[in-house]
Every structure is written in C-alpha cells, then in structure tokens.
Ligand binder design. Structure first.
Ligand code: GFB
Length: 331
C-alpha cells in the first residue's frame, strides 16, 4: 500500500544522531566538518569496521548504532578514465552500497536519509542548463554510464521507499566537486585534482610543459566541496520531495581555461599540451540550480578562490597522500 512520505520541513538537526557514510571521502569529510557547526552528534565507521557492500554487516550495524539521520556519501568514485576502465566496480559497488544502506536505514527506523549522486545521471544530450526533469530523457554519456546507472537506481530506491513506506528519503545531485580530501591519483582522479597535481609537479620539477587530456573544449561546472557540504546540510533541513534536487554553482568553464586558471594559481608558466588520445567525455553538463536557489541557498566560494584553497589543501595533504597507495578509491 503506497503511503505519503513523512515530509519533515524544516528538519531541525539539533540533538540528532547523524551517520555520515563515506566520511573519509572528499564529500563525507566536508560534511563532517560542516556538521560540527550544528548541535548534533555525528557517527562514522571506517571500512574496516563496516563494509557497506555487505548486507548483513550493514543491517547489524544500523540495528546496533541506531542513527536517526543519514547522509549517504559513500561511493566508488573516480574521474573519466577510472569510470571507463572499471565498469563493474562502479556499477556493482555503488548498487550494493545504496541498496544495503537505504534498506537498513528503513529497517532501523531512520527519520531522514539523503543519497548523494552526480550530474552524470542526466542524458548526454540533455538541454542545458539541465533541469531535474531531464532525468531518463535519453541515452547516457558512455564514459560514465555505469556510475550513472547506479546513481539513478539509488535515487529511484529513495523515491520508492518514500512511495511504498512513507520514508523521508531524499536525493541530491552535486555537480563536479573539488577541494580538500580529493583524490590526486594520476589515472583515477577527476580533472581539478589532476590539474593541480600536474601543475604543481611541472613547476617544482622545472618542466617546460604539462599535459592535459582531451581537446580542452568540454565545459564543466565546478563547486568547492565546502560549499557542497553547506548545500547538502541546507537540503537536509529544507527539502523533502520525491524528486531529486540539483546542487551546483552555475559556474561553468572550459577545461583549457580551467587549466590556465590552475597554472596561474600554482605559478606554473610553461606550455599546456593536449593528449588527444584521452577522452573528452560529455561536451557540457551545466545543472539548472533554480530549485535549490528558490529554497534560499547560494554558493559562497568563487572558482579562483576555490582553486587557491584546493591548492593549499593539496600541499598540506601531499605527505599523507604519498604514504597511501594510489588507485581509485571508495569514498
Ligand atoms: O573530471 P573528469 O575526469 O570527469 O574529466 P567528467 C573532466 C574533463 O577534464 C574531461 C578533462 O573532458 C577530461 O578529458 N581532463 C583534462 C582531465 N585533463 C585531465 C586530467 O588530467 N584528468 C582528468 N580526470 N580529466 C565525471 C565522471 O565525468 O564527472 C564521474 O567520470 C562523475 O562519474 C563526475 O560523474 C562528476 O566530468 O567527464
């Protein structure tokens, strides 16, 4: 029997026991930092303590820990090449994580849950800027369709729990993110982290050029992860609906221009060379942020300022980064 989802808006976070799944990933860590400013209790679990791909473990953990609110920021993530190279990991791991966490949250009586997705859920040729209604209107971008399919399944699972069980489960779709805690691996990183690392290494090694992938013409929208975390907390408090909601900045830039900006911030003055054997991916994915703006949220960190903050974070994290083995991570 279909139920009306319990719409709790505004949803006060004070006194709540909030589970941030994926707290070691870039978004999860930013959420933990942002939630420190709320009067709530944040709980986390490392992958050694809880493997989210294992159903029984997840159910037992939820029954034992009894969170009241959940941010589902745990995911197998990576840039354009990692997505194209590891389709099973991106589809299977993400499906398992979402199914296990969302199901266990319902079974344990979680009051509100937010699934985090990505702008790659939208059709490759969606009209720009992309409105939430564009979902499932056409074929996906092939370089990340495995991840996109998993995220679409996740948001639909939240919607299904709303419809069938009346759960207040919502989904937010952030645009391309960057900032502290990013993955700087040469192969599996997203473009911003890759450019920061490449420009830094080219500068410190005194090289004449740095190589970027593709033609440089694709357009991407970027949001600093601290702005993203602020938006997600805002959405948790003020949004409750069957449909997902876009979380973007409206700030779009061509990859070649982004490379120039990063080089300017890092202080690398050599040439930027294109490796055209690498994929461009979708030519544009600018999200329409009208829905979130109408609720009253605005980004605060501009692109250049954000890149400077991210470069500072990169320099601080570098030592720790070098100690960890590379490779695409699960957040
Ligand atoms: O960030 P990115 O890997 O993924 O690449 P997507 C964005 C653009 O930057 C592509 C170019 O056109 C790349 O060819 N690029 C230039 C580079 N140089 C580099 C480099 O050194 N490294 C990388 N990684 N790119 C992702 C999806 O798509 O978007 C994810 O793969 C997720 O699943 C994320 O949805 C939001 O923006 O193309």
């Amino acid at each position: 029997m279909a139920e009306q989802a319990a719409r709790t808006v505004p949803f006060d976070l004070a006194g709540r026991r909030i589970y941030v799944a994926g707290h070691r990933g870039m978004v999860g860590a930013a959420l933990v930092r942002r939630l420190a400013r709320e009067r709530c209790e944040v709980i986390t679990a490392t992958r050694a303590e809880l493997d989210l791909t294992r159903q029984a473990e997840v159910q037992a953990w939820f029954q034992r820990m009894r969170p009241d609110t959940v941010f589902l920021a745990a995911a197998k993530v990576g840039g354009i090449l990692a997505n194209a190279s590891y389709p099973v990991d991106f589809l299977y791991e993400n499906l398992m994580i979402e199914a296990n966490v969302i199901h266990a949250a319902h079974a344990a009586g979680v009051t509100k849950l937010m699934l985090l997705g990505s702008s790659c859920i939208y059709p490759k040729l969606a009209p720009q800027p992309i409105r939430e209604q564009a979902l499932l209107g056409g074929p996906l971008e092939p370089t990340n369709e495995w991840y996109a399919i998993a995220k679409i399944a996740g948001l639909k699972l939240c919607e299904a729990y709303r419809r069938q069980h009346g759960c207040d489960f919502v989904s937010a779709m952030p645009t391309n993110l960057f900032g502290p805690g990013d993955n700087y691996d040469r192969v599996s990183s997203h473009v911003m982290a890759a450019l920061i690392r490449k420009a830094h290494e080219a500068k410190t090694e005194g090289r004449a050029e740095m190589v970027i992938w593709g033609t440089g013409t694709p357009l991407r929208e970027f949001l600093h992860v601290d702005d993203c975390a602020d938006a997600l907390v805002f959405v948790m408090k003020h949004y409750s609906d069957n449909a997902h909601i876009n979380v973007g900045s409206g700030c779009e830039v061509a990859i070649a221009e982004l490379a120039r900006l990063v080089c300017a911030v890092v202080g690398f003055e050599g040439a930027i060379v294109h490796d055209r054997s690498k994929p461009d991916g979708t030519s544009r994915k600018l999200m329409d942020g009208t829905k979130l703006a109408a609720l009253g949220w605005r980004p605060r960190i501009g692109l250049r300022e954000g890149i400077a903050l991210a470069y500072d974070a990169f320099k601080k994290e570098q030592v720790g980064e070098q100690e960890q083995a590379g490779g695409g991570g699960r957040a």
